[in-house]
Write a protein of this length. Structure first.
Length: 199
């Protein structure tokens, strides 16, 4: 089982979900295709098993980083740095988790959404916990929205970084933090004080 997951993970990371077949994986592992289907059911379920390794590693990396912070600014910075450090250390895991050839619906898409949701929940939960208790409910919606926006920006910048490698991973993280984080923190702080959201 472990050997199969290792081989499948490497193939999916190298060529993407769409272009890898169960027959190819079976041949690379040295088992029959029916046996592979017997273990995993179908290609989607095999991919999800590979994705769980990547997703669990990423969420743990971000969770460990933000858990050690004491302010919203520190939490955002630590989360972004952890995200890019993960990308730099394990590009195969990143590729499997954020493969652009993945189906847009079905079990795989649902699992990707779950991991994104976990990261957003971790970051927003950490930010909310660092606000005074009386401020949290008023800030909750905007903090969750801003955490989602930050993750989207991190993913987009990471794709650019992988394609160009024009900056070191740490520099890319710093660029995102310096550009986006001050506005996000200010907005969340304004919301927590009950400020108007009108322009």
């Amino acid at each position: 089982m472990e050997q199969t997951l290792g081989v499948a993970h490497r193939l999916f990371a190298a060529r993407g979900y769409r272009d890898v077949t169960m027959e190819e994986i079976a041949a690379a592992v040295g088992v029959t295709k029916p046996l592979l289907y017997n273990y995993f059911g179908n290609k989607e379920q095999l991919y999800i098993a590979c994705m769980e390794r990547s997703g669990d590693a990423l969420t743990k990396t971000v969770a460990d980083a933000v858990a050690a912070t004491a302010s919203p600014g520190d939490a955002l910075g630590a989360g972004v740095h952890a995200f890019f450090a993960f990308l730099d250390d394990d590009r195969a895991a990143w590729t499997v988790l954020f493969d652009e050839t993945l189906p847009q619906s079905g079990d795989v898409a649902d699992r990707v959404a779950d991991y994104r949701g976990q990261i957003v929940a971790m970051v927003s939960g950490t930010l909310l916990a660092q606000l005074a208790e009386r401020q949290r409910e008023g800030a909750r919606v905007e903090v969750e929205a801003l955490s989602t926006a930050l993750l989207g920006a991190a993913e987009a910048l990471a794709r650019w970084w992988l394609r160009t490698e024009a900056l070191a991973a740490e520099e890319a993280a710093e660029l995102l933090i310096a550009t986006v984080a001050p506005g996000l923190i200010a907005r969340a702080s304004k919301s927590s004080r009950g400020g108007s959201t009108a322009s």
